[in-house]
Design a protein around this ligand. Sequence first.
Ligand SMILES: Nc1nc2c(ncn2[C@@H]2O[C@H](COP(=O)(O)OP(=O)(O)OP(=O)(O)O)[C@@H](O)[C@H]2O)c(=O)[nH]1
Ligand SMILES: [Mg+2]
Length: 366
Amino acid sequence: MSKLPRAILVDIIPPNMTPEDSLARLNELESLLVTYGGFVIVRKIQKKQVPDYKTYIGKGKVEELLEDALKLNVEFLIINNLLKPRQLYNLEAIFEKHAIKVWDKIDLILKIFDKHATTKEAKLQIELASLKHLGPRIFKMGLELMRQAGGIGTRGKGETNIEIMKRHIAAREKKIKADLKKVARNQEGQRNKRQSQGFKTVAIVGYTNAGKSCLLQALTNKKVKIKDELFATLDSRIGKVYLPEINQSILVSDTIGFIRDLPPELIEAFKSTLAETIHADLLLHVIDINDFEIEWKIEVVEKILKELKCDKKKMINVFNKIDLVTPQREKTIRNKYKEKNPVLVSASERENLTGLKSTITEYLFG
Ligand SMILES: Nc1nc2c(ncn2[C@@H]2O[C@H](COP(=O)(O)OP(=O)(O)OP(=O)(O)O)[C@@H](O)[C@H]2O)c(=O)[nH]1
Ligand SMILES: [Mg+2]
C-alpha cells in the first residue's frame, strides 16, 4: 500500500464550462497534488452556478463526499476553488471529526511553497500569505501558537482566547511586514546600485514549469534549481548575460511562476520577490510550446502581468522546449502567434540562444 496521502479532489464549476476546460482545471490540481506528494483517489466535479454561502459545496454533495471519504479511507478533501475562510471553517467542522483535512487550492499552493521555500524572504512571504488566508481558522492555529509561546493566554482574565489570539496574530503580521520591508529596502539598494553601474535588467516571467529557470541557467551558466514540478522556484535569482553584438552585459532575473486563479493575497505577499520583475527594463515571457494548454496559460500570465502593472513593458515572447515538438507543430504555433513575434528556443538543448540574445539586444538597445 502506498504511504502517500489519499485524497478526494473536488471541483465546483459553473454549468456552462466546457468539458475541456473542466478537465484542464482538474489536471492542474492533480499536478499540484503530485508536486506536493499527494495521491489521487477520486475526482469529482459539481456544476453549480453560485457556490454555497456556508460551505461552498452544496449540502447534499457535502454528505455524499463525507460518505465517499469514509468508505475510501481518505485523509484529504481538496477543493479546486478559492474558498472564504468561513466556508473552509464550516467544512472542517464536518470533516475533521473523521480525521479528514480540508484544503482549498490556496492551502495546497501554500503547502507546496512551504516545502520549496529556502530563503528567509520566501518563508516570511509564505507565512504572511498563510495568516491572511486562515481567517477564522486561525483560532486553531492561534491555540497552537500560544502553546508554543508558553501561555500568552494567561494575561487579562476578561479577554477571550480569540481576542488574545487575534492580537497575537496581528502582532506577528506586523512583524513579518516590517521584516519584509527591510528585505525590500535592501533589494532596492542593490537595484539602485546595479542601475548606477549602467546595467539594463531583463526579467523572465511565465507559467509555472515553462522552463524559466532552465532558460536563466542556459543564458547565464548560473546553477539554479530546475525541476519538473510546479513552483520549483520561489525566490528571485539574477545572472549576468553578455551581449556580443554591443559588447555589453545585462542582468537577467528569474522568479516564481504564475498559475491560474493565483490568489491576490499570494501576489500581495510575494511583492518583494516580484520586485525584480516590476522594475525590469524588458520581460521575457517563457511559454512551453509543447503544452497543449498553451492558449489559456498565455492569457493567465498576461492577466497577472496586468495586475502587476507590467503590461506596458517591452516583452519578448519566448516559446521554449522546441526540441520536444514536430516541425509541423512549430509551424502552427509560429503562424498562430505571428503577432507576438515569437522567438523559439530550447533552453535545455541550448538551441537558438544566440537568436534570443540578438532580439534582446534589439529590444533594449535598438
Ligand atoms: N525538453 C525540454 N525540457 C525543458 C526545457 N526547458 C526546461 N525543461 C524542463 O521543464 C521542467 C521545468 O523547468 P524549470 O526551468 O524548472 O521551469 P520553471 O518555469 O522555472 O518552473 P517553476 O520554477 O516551477 O515555476 C524541467 O523538468 C526542465 O528540465 C527545454 O527546452 N526542453
Ligand atoms: Mg523555476
